[in-house]
Every structure is written in C-alpha cells, then in structure tokens.
Ligand binder design. Structure first.
Ligand SMILES: [Cu+2]
Length: 566
C-alpha cells in the first residue's frame, strides 16, 4: 500500500505546429541546431578541446552527436513547467509515481532531489524492485517507482531534464523549510560521444548541500552541477518477477535490423529502406521472433512494437524484462560494448499486423518504421478498423516533398538553388548568372536518387553557353565531407567538381568549389574554374559574404553580396 499514487506525464513543447517543425528540419537538418546553439564548428571544438574528435567525425563523414533534432521552447510535467503537489507530504510517506514519457522526440533524465527511489515496473510490467537515483526514459517508455519521503520539513524536486539539456520541467513535492533540488545536468558535448560538455572534468564539487527555498537561479548558474556522477538505471538491472523465457522447442526467426539516418536531409530508415519501400517484416505464428537492432546513427532511438511485450536480452537470462519500447543507443567509437546490437525477442502469438517504429515521432514519419505481419493473418473482409488505412497514410508521409531554397546576390553575379526534398528523391533547380550578363547564365534542373546518405545519382537538363543539353551523373561524399560530383552532358562534355563547406564558428563559414570541364567537342577548349566564399550568418535566414571566383569569362573575380534562405 502506498500513501499517494501520482501519474507524471512528461512532454516537450514547441510554439510551432508539428507539420511546420517537420518542414523546417526537412529543409535543413541544422534548423534547430541554430536555435539551440549546437551547430558543429571548428572554434567551438577547439575551445572544448575536442578538435581531434571533430576531425575524426568529419573524416568518418559523420554529423555531430545528436541529442534531439528539435529545439523545444519548454518541457512539461502534467502540462506544467513548474508546479507544486502533495502539500501534506511527511517523513515516511510512500509515493508511487507512474511516469510516462509522452514527449514527441525527447529522452528525459528523471531525478527526485538527490534521493534514491525504487523502480518497480517498466512499460507496465512488474520488475524485481531495484534502487536507483535516476532514470533515462525514451519516448513511450514508462516506469513505476516508489519514493519514500526521507525527511520532514524538506520539499523534494521531481525533475525531468531532456537529453539535450535545453531546459527542464520541475514538480516540487511537499512543503518544507527548503527544497532539495535535483542535480543540474551538464550540456552534452556534440563532438565527444558519451562525454559531457566541458570534457574530462574532475568532480568540481557538485556538493550535496541543500539549497534554501527556490534557489533555481543558483542552480542555473552552474552550482550543483551533476558531473555525470549520477548513473541512470540500466536495462541490465531490470529483472522480471517471473521467468519470461520460451521453451526451446519453438522455432526461432531472427532479423537483423539496422537503424539508419541522414540528419542533413532528415531521412530516417531501417536497413536503409523507408517504410514505403520495405513495408513488412513477415513472421510466423508460434515462432520466437528475435530482432537484433544495430544503431548506425549518432543518436538514441526508442523502438516500439505494438501488440506484444518483448524480452530485452540484457544479461538476466530467463528473467529478461518485458517491454514494449527499447532504447537503442548509438555506437560510440572506442567503446565496443556500446556497439553490440540490442536484442529483443517475443513469441508470435497475436496474429495481425503490428506497427514497429521509432517512437521519435519525426523519425517515424520520415520512414523509420515497419509493419510486423503474421504470414497466416488474413485481414477481415467485413468493415472493421484495420491497420490498412493508417499504413497507407504513413507510406505517403515518408516520401512527401518539402521545398527549400536559397538565393545569393553578389556584386559580380547571382546564384540560386531550389530543392524539393522527397526522402529517397530530390528535385532541384540550380543556377547562376555571371556579371549579370544574360549570355553567362547557367542553369541545371535535375532529379536525384539517393542510394544512401553518401551516394546519389542524378539526371536532368543543363543550360550552358546558351545551349540546352541532357546531363547524367553521380555524386559521392568522401572522408572529411568533401562532395565529389561527376557528370556527362549530351554534347559529350565531362564535368568533375569537388565542394566543401567549413564551419568556422556558428555564424562564419567558408565554401570552396573547384570544377573542370573536359570538352567533348574538339573545337572547344577545356574549362577550369575554382572559387571561395566567406560568409557570415546574420540570422538563420540571412547571411552576407564575399567571394572570389577564378574563371576565364568573368570580368570581376571579387564580389560581395547577401544570401537569403527560404
Ligand atoms: Cu529514431
């Protein structure tokens, strides 16, 4: 018996419509990194002592570590950012919290002051009670915990901190002379994996002393920072209350499932395929179905299966805990343990079609999902609500086209770039006018097919030297994130180019490009050109810059101008 039973619903809030949020990240994966100040760049990496890590990430063609794609405006517990409950709480009272992470895309750290509490169930299934000081909860995960009030006249802060530490939500439990605050989390580093912002710091003295009254300001000033000393409850500590293993005579069907993502274009997939491209995982009734989940991205994904509880194999043998959502953490270089696949298994005993998806709702919508389908299942012919309608809708979602563009006007010419990002495909119009001379207009319109984040092929039309000709080519991202492009034109020209953008600070970046055109027409010469641009971003939309272009037919090598993104 407990004295209080309290439901805690954790959520993330943004002052924009979710459809708009999706359109924003589809046009620019760094859209919210700008808002959150987490655009990876050289100066910040050097300041953090993480230049090597940044360079290694660039070499491996990776983005920075990612703790959340969206920049939320606030975080809530039961709809409030701050609140006060259980005013009559006294020493010895037992409170059962039923905690639900209902966030759209935020993992939460959960703490109650600096106190221990007892986890008694996970995802609604009882576990053998286990003490901890912190939970890290993926979206859709739930925990029931028991908290016994240790002191009279002390209030305790129940706090949920999102993984990217861009804020927190707080509920004060009880009333007292003072409130024991939950530890302040450190901003995680986007360069070093599994490392807090600030690098390898010794414990600078995150003292456990109490704070008088509502000393939020003090806590926010960096006092009482959690130096990564608080370890969240791990799956390996969760043990079911009774055996969950299956008898050995059951046939086993094993599936290896890779979690993939392209943060730049915001395309998320399983085994490199979107839901619309590879919809079903076919399973047989009566079999044990085992999924081996391998995370190839830079962030956590909470994978969620409908209609079943599955065993999470994390060293508890027959007593593996039962869950409906499992966190699949990213693989950290130099930490082989983190790169082992997460293994889940369940008995196929619920014929039907069941959704299996990342519970980051933006990832789900971008294609990171499957339908687990029993081979013997026939969809009823009489009209009932079946999975068919939503699946059809979901399949459309991952290939929806989102527009983006940018136009630059310099003193020695202008460029434009308009794109429709449709997941696997992209339609683009790219062009420039040199010296504002109508005879020096170049324009390309093409369709691109992305085989992966790194490799795509394209075909379309090129307008150059006042001639129109078909083009076809490929583009590949090589280590250090250079983009190498080669294409053929209908006239037999062969064009090679290489492009690179170097982010110096959040606002300052250099663009460089070199191109060589081998003329297929014996009467014409080869053409070479190269250029640099230095740009300063005034806000997310507008930047100003200077450029230098070296090519035969340009009047003025140097130009200054402005660029607008839309
Ligand atoms: Cu995901």
């Amino acid at each position: 018996p407990v004295d209080y039973d309290v439901v805690m619903v954790l959520s993330d809030w943004i002052d924009e419509h979710p459809q708009q949020v999706m359109a924003n990240i589809k046009k620019d994966g760094d859209y919210y990194a700008w808002k959150k100040n987490t655009v990876p760049n050289y100066i910040d990496a050097i300041k953090e002592g993480a230049l090597r890590d940044y360079l290694r990430n660039q070499w491996n063609r990776m983005d920075g570590m990612d703790f959340g794609d969206i920049g939320y405006d606030t975080f809530l517990i039961n709809g409030k950012n701050k609140s006060n409950i259980l005013p009559n709480l006294k020493k010895g009272d037992k409170v059962r919290f039923r905690i639900i992470n209902a966030g759209a895309s935020s993992y939460f750290h959960v703490n109650i002051g600096k106190q221990h509490f007892k986890a008694i169930s996970a995802d609604g299934m009882d576990v053998q009670p286990v003490m901890t000081k912190e939970l890290l909860m993926g979206m859709a995960e739930t925990y029931d915990i028991l908290f016994t009030v240790p002191e009279d006249n002390v209030a305790y802060e129940f706090r949920a901190t999102p993984q990217d530490v861009t804020g927190f939500a707080s509920v004060t439990l009880g009333r007292g002379h003072h409130t024991e605050m939950a530890p302040m989390k450190m901003k995680p580093s986007i360069y070093k994996m599994g490392m807090s912002h600030g690098g390898d710091m010794d414990d600078g003295g995150g003292h456990d002393g109490d704070h008088g009254g509502h000393s939020m300001a003090m806590a926010e000033m960096g006092d009482d920072v959690d130096m990564g000393m608080t370890m969240p409850l791990k799956y390996s500590q969760l043990k079911a209350v009774q055996k969950t293993s299956f008898s050995d005579d059951k046939p086993v069907m094993e599936f290896e499932i890779e979690l993939n993502g392209d943060m730049e274009r915001y395309v998320w997939s399983l085994n490199g395929k979107l839901l619309s491209e590879d919809t079903y995982i076919n399973i047989e009734e009566g079999s044990v179905i085992r999924f081996k989940l391998k995370n190839k991205t830079m962030m956590h994904h909470p994978m969620h299966l409908h209609g079943h509880f599955f065993r999470v194999l994390s060293g508890q043998g027959d007593f593996a805990p039962l869950k409906h959502t499992v966190d699949v953490p990213p693989c950290m270089p130099g930490m082989p343990m983190s790169c082992r696949p997460v293994v889940m298994e369940f008995l196929a005993n619920e014929p039907g079609e069941w959704f299996f998806h990342c519970h980051n709702l933006y990832h789900m919508k971008a294609g990171m999902a499957r339908v687990v389908k029993y081979t013997n299942f026939e969809r009823p012919t009489y009209p009932i609500e079946t999975a068919q309608t939503p699946i059809k809708e979901f399949k459309k979602m991952d290939s929806k086209f989102y527009p983006s563009g940018q136009v630059s006007a310099y003193s020695n010419g202008a460029t434009w770039d308009i794109r429709y990002n449709g997941g696997r495909y992209e339609v683009a119009i790219e062009g420039e006018i040199t010296d504002y001379d109508r005879e020096k207009i170049e324009n390309e319109i093409y369709v691109r097919h992305y085989f992966s984040r790194y490799f795509n092929a394209f075909g379309g039309l090129e307008y150059e030297d006042e001639k129109l000709s078909p083009i076809a080519g490929i583009s590949y991202v090589i280590p250090l994130n250079f983009e190498v492009i080669g294409y053929l034109t209908g006239d037999g020209d062969m064009v090679f180019s290489i492009e690179q953008t170097v982010q110096i600070t959040k606002r300052l970046f250099v663009e460089a490009e070199a191109q060589h055109r081998f003329s297929g027409d014996s009467g014409e010469d080869d053409e070479s050109e190269y250029g640099f641009g230095l740009n300063y971003q005034i806000n997310r939309r507008v930047s100003i810059g200077a450029r230098y272009i070296n090519r035969d037919d340009i009047d003025d090598y140097y130009g200054v101008g402005i660029r607008v993104k839309f």
